[in-house]
Design a protein around this ligand. Structure first.
Ligand code: PNS
Length: 161
């Protein structure tokens, strides 16, 4: 069975990586789907850069590949014959945010969403929180994969001139 792990992943965190790995152990094939338009840059990293970072940190997961999509998620899943979405749940806030999307996606296309509880080590991590800490020079090692820490640090260094 094929599954998609969708998200903006700007950038990929250790929490995301843990969900990708666990999804890859349950499904035959996992597609990490970066949502966003490469022609309309938004966020810290472009869609191409996000894809590159994810590809580099998932090299050891043979049944995982990375793709991008700028439209409705269900149009991607229908087009590619994907029958499952996989998301991580950190808190009840995530649940409140994810529930209507999961129900809408199921209504639109019949695709089911499978939720994995985030590992307790990563329950408080988000891409935005890590970016904020890194932006002001805080230590995000261990929260982002090492090469992502370097990429974020380089981005902010670049931005500061
Ligand atoms: O990383 P995020 O921002 O929590 O990801 C949310 C995402 C990208 C999965 C969601 O916004 C999404 O599905 N976007 C694609 C557009 C779409 O299908 N919207 C309707 C969802 S019911």
């Amino acid at each position: 069975m094929k599954a998609v792990c969708p998200g903006s992943f700007d950038p990929v965190t250790m929490g995301h990586l843990d969900i990708y790995r666990r999804a890859a152990s349950h499904f035959d094939e996992v597609i990490v789907l970066v949502t966003g338009n490469p022609k309309k840059p938004s966020g810290l990293f472009s869609v191409e850069e996000r894809i590159d970072l994810i590809e580099r940190v998932t090299q050891d997961i043979p049944n995982l590949r990375v793709d991008w999509w700028a439209g409705l998620l269900v149009d991607y899943t229908t087009k590619h014959g994907v029958n499952a979405l996989v998301k991580g749940l950190r808190t009840a806030l995530d649940y409140e945010y994810e529930l209507p999307m999961a129900q809408m996606n199921r209504r639109l296309s019949g695709v089911d969403t499978f939720f994995l509880l985030t590992d307790e080590k990563y329950g408080y991590i988000s891409s935005s929180l890590c970016k904020e800490v890194a932006r002001y020079g805080g230590d995000v090692s261990g929260l982002l994969p090492d090469l992502v820490v370097d990429a974020v640090t380089a981005k902010y260094r670049e931005a500061l001139g």
